[in-house]
Design a protein around this ligand. Structure first.
Ligand code: MG
Length: 395
């Protein structure tokens, strides 16, 4: 590996994971080169990143953003092609020079580029858990066919990956995902019902984007991570458990058939799992704040409360239903989180929406990307139509 420069394409560059990824890349200019960057609406950040890393290709979500970005680049005398929307993300994901694609977009919109990158035989460092939730079976199949690797970036899955290193898959008894429990771990049902978007956007341990922060507060994030782990490690769902660990120091654990449990520990800093994925099979020498266990003093663990956080129960039903269940679970959540952030529905209605959609979903598995995308679209359209009906009857 020594001496070889890995070329990196990054989707979701201006978000929290994207910025942490570039922080790592900037520390190792002799090992990594950025060839393409895709960002969302934050074009100022993307422009600064383009200035710093000089990629050959840029992508943004909307044409207004593209015009603004072009303007900013021109000021610096930079001339980099800018593509827009779905076409832009797909171009970044399949950029011919790239060996590794960091998929850090938020939500279902990350699925198509992730699929395209794997289909083009590129390793994907995956932070976009929604794509694995929706299409884990299919993505694994594509990766196997092209020889591409799916490298976990999610901190829990990185921990499991590290704890599985050198062990036999057959000797795994179970995977134990840790959950911080979010900001409302001790809230009563009445308090929970009154939670505002501002409250839900404050996470006690991790600094993350808004969608995943709300998913953490409902514990939908942990539910999605169960599905993600199921596919990343090809492990039956009944062998995946959740334990609440408020300090977020133990990132996850693997229990083996002899009763031994291996865990990975570290400060809650996404640069750790990112560097592990980028460096694998080597570890990068990082000068980051170090874990001081004596200073932390204690690590607490609690059983996950499935009555207070029904997302953890619902995800089991979704998994039993197969692909349509997982897709419906994710689509309903994305739809509901957006409505909650706009003040249209309450905090408890997020998981309530997921439950109602699952009730109406027919169990099915899918073998093509199109079927998966269609299923996702159908759920969102039906929810949109229902919401419009409700608004009308209220008027
Ligand atoms: Mg996570």
């Amino acid at each position: 590996m020594a001496g070889e420069v890995r070329k990196l394409a990054l989707l979701g560059a201006s978000g929290s994971i994207g910025r942490s990824t570039l922080d790592i890349v900037a520390r190792f200019p002799e090992r990594y080169r950025v060839v393409a960057l895709g960002g969302g609406r934050n074009v100022e950040t993307l422009a600064a990143q383009a200035r710093r890393f000089q990629p050959r290709l840029l992508a943004v979500q909307e044409s207004t953003g593209a015009a603004k970005l072009a303007e900013l680049l021109k000021r610096d005398g930079l001339d980099i092609p800018i593509l827009i929307g779905r076409e832009g993300s797909l171009a970044v994901a399949t950029c011919p020079e790239a060996d590794i694609v960091v998929a850090a977009m938020v939500g279902a919109v990350g699925l198509e580029p992730t699929y395209a990158a794997l289909e083009a035989g590129k390793d994907v460092a995956l932070a976009n858990k929604e794509s694995m939730v929706m299409a884990g079976r299919l993505l694994n199949r594509v990766a196997t066919a092209t020889g591409a690797r799916i490298l976990p970036l999610d901190s829990e899955h990185s921990a499991i990956w590290q704890a599985l290193n050198g062990e036999s898959h057959r000797e795994v008894e179970k995977l134990i995902l840790t959950a911080s429990g979010g900001p409302f771990r001790d809230f009563s049902p009445a308090e929970m019902a009154a939670v505002t978007p501002e409250q839900a956007l404050r996470h006690p341990r991790w600094k993350m984007g808004p969608k995943i922060t709300i998913d953490s507060a409902t514990m939908v994030n942990k539910a999605l991570e169960i599905i993600e782990a199921r596919w990343l490690f090809d492990i039956p769902p009944e062998k995946i458990e959740v334990v609440v660990h408020p300090q977020s120091i133990v990132h996850s654990l693997v229990e083996y058939v002899d009763g031994s449990v291996l865990a990975q520990l570290g400060l809650p800093d996404m640069r750790l799992p990112i560097s592990y994925a980028l460096g694998a099979p080597e570890r990068l020498v990082l000068d980051l704040p170090k874990l001081d266990l004596a200073e932390i003093g204690r690590l607490d663990f609690f059983a996950a409360d499935e009555e207070r956080f029904p997302a953890l129960k619902l995800v089991r039903r979704a998994l039993e239903m197969g692909d349509s269940g997982a897709i419906a679970f994710n689509a309903a959540n994305e739809f509901a989180v957006d409505r909650f952030r706009h003040g249209v529905i309450g905090f408890l209605d997020i998981v309530g929406t997921v439950a109602a959609v699952l009730k109406k979903t027919r169990p099915r598995n899918f073998s093509s990307l199109q079927e998966i995308l269609d299923c996702d679209t159908r759920v969102r359209e039906e929810l949109g139509a229902e919401m419009t009906m409700k608004m009308k009857t209220r008027d």
